[in-house]
Ligand binder design. Structure first.
Ligand SMILES: NC(=O)c1ccc[n+]([C@@H]2O[C@H](COP(=O)([O-])OP(=O)(O)OC[C@H]3O[C@@H](n4cnc5c(N)ncnc54)[C@H](OP(=O)(O)O)[C@@H]3O)[C@@H](O)[C@H]2O)c1
Length: 289
């Protein structure tokens, strides 16, 4: 390998040169995870702790953040809580400053916090609804990536992971503002990867339906019919996100940046009528493959 190529790999973000026997190891890395008190973020926080990271648990609710950090420490991990509303520009500066004051570094940032409030018809989407969905799902991840990414680039590098949604590429009538924000995340991923490379990698996980607290507002019969069209015939469990998050956070993905990876049971390839094949094969939506 040429000197230039070696140098590029060393600067590949999140310690590209420090390849140990376990490519997914996060020992000594500081990871900030927004929306880490429930659902996908909570699953990622647990997995990162088990991989050795020092995890900062972020959500709006200080008590929930502290509770989850306490649970993670009880499981043997390193964790602290920090309350922050990711839709509030100024709070993001305070979050970044306080983590840098305490740890002196951030190696992994996961922009996971997101909301998808319901509406009954397009004309009932208020300006407040629109602004909040864009603020939490798009503005916040941009601002936090800018604040943390530039400091990562000026130091040892790092990995930024965004969480979008398959709604970005297959929007439905009931999620138009959310889908627009998540499509913005997908677009932002390539732009941030270009802006923050070569030392910082920026990638996006694009989930399909997962059975987290967000799912409480769904029509489960409709979901069952829909998932029957997916190649994997079901929705995901929160812990099924962690493999992808560990991949993007760790040296395992040292040559991957600007990527948007769907974790959706094949939802994008769902074909109406595929449920007939599933019934013929004697499978149900609850069945795991
Ligand atoms: N579940 C799915 O089917 C699915 C599908 C596609 C994409 N996604 C995306 O995956 C991510 C996680 O979703 P999830 O299903 O795990 O959601 P969830 O179970 O509802 O959890 C959301 C997390 O975000 C936090 N949060 C919400 N608003 C916040 C804000 N303004 N500032 C800081 N934290 C905030 C919540 O804590 P507090 O309420 O205490 O602040 C909670 O920890 C989201 O970006 C979502 O859009 C989910």
């Amino acid at each position: 390998m040429s000197e230039l190529a070696e140098g590029g790999r060393e600067a590949a973000g999140a310690g590209g040169a420090a390849r140990g026997p376990d490519l997914f190891d996060l020992t000594d890395r500081v990871a900030v995870i927004t929306g880490a008190t429930r659902g996908l973020g909570r699953a990622i926080a647990g997995a990162f702790c088990r991989a050795g990271a020092d995890v900062v648990v972020v959500s709006r609710n200080a008590t929930s953040c502290e509770m989850v950090a306490t649970e993670l420490r009880a499981e043997g991990g390193l964790a602290a809580g920090h309350a922050c509303h990711v839709g509030h520009w100024d709070e993001l500066g305070q979050l970044a400053d306080s983590v840098y004051d305490r740890y002196g570094r951030i190696d992994v940032l996961v922009n996971n916090a997101g909301i998808s409030p319901l509406y009954d018809r397009l004309s009932n989407v208020t300006e407040e609804h629109w602004d909040k969905v864009i603020a939490v799902n798009l503005k916040g991840p941009f601002r936090l990536s800018a604040l943390v990414g530039e400091r990562m680039a000026a130091a040892a590098g790092g990995s930024i992971i965004n969480v979008s949604s398959t709604g970005a590429v297959r929007p439905t009538a009931d999620i138009v503002p959310y889908a627009a924000a998540k499509a913005g995340i997908n677009a932002m991923t390539a732009g941030l990867a270009a802006a923050l490379g070569p030392k910082v990698r920026v990638n996006t996980i694009m989930p399909g339906p997962f059975l987290t607290s967000i799912a409480r507002q769904w029509d489960m019969d409709m979901l069952a019919r829909r998932t029957q069209t997916f190649p994997l015939r079901r929705a995901g469990d929160a812990d099924e996100i962690v493999g992808t998050a560990l991949y993007f956070a760790s040296d395992a993905s040292s040559f991957t940046t600007g990527a948007v990876l769907a974790v959706d049971g094949g939802a994008r390839w769902g074909v109406p009528g595929a449920s007939g094949a599933a019934v013929t094969a004697g499978r149900s939506s609850a069945e795991r493959t």
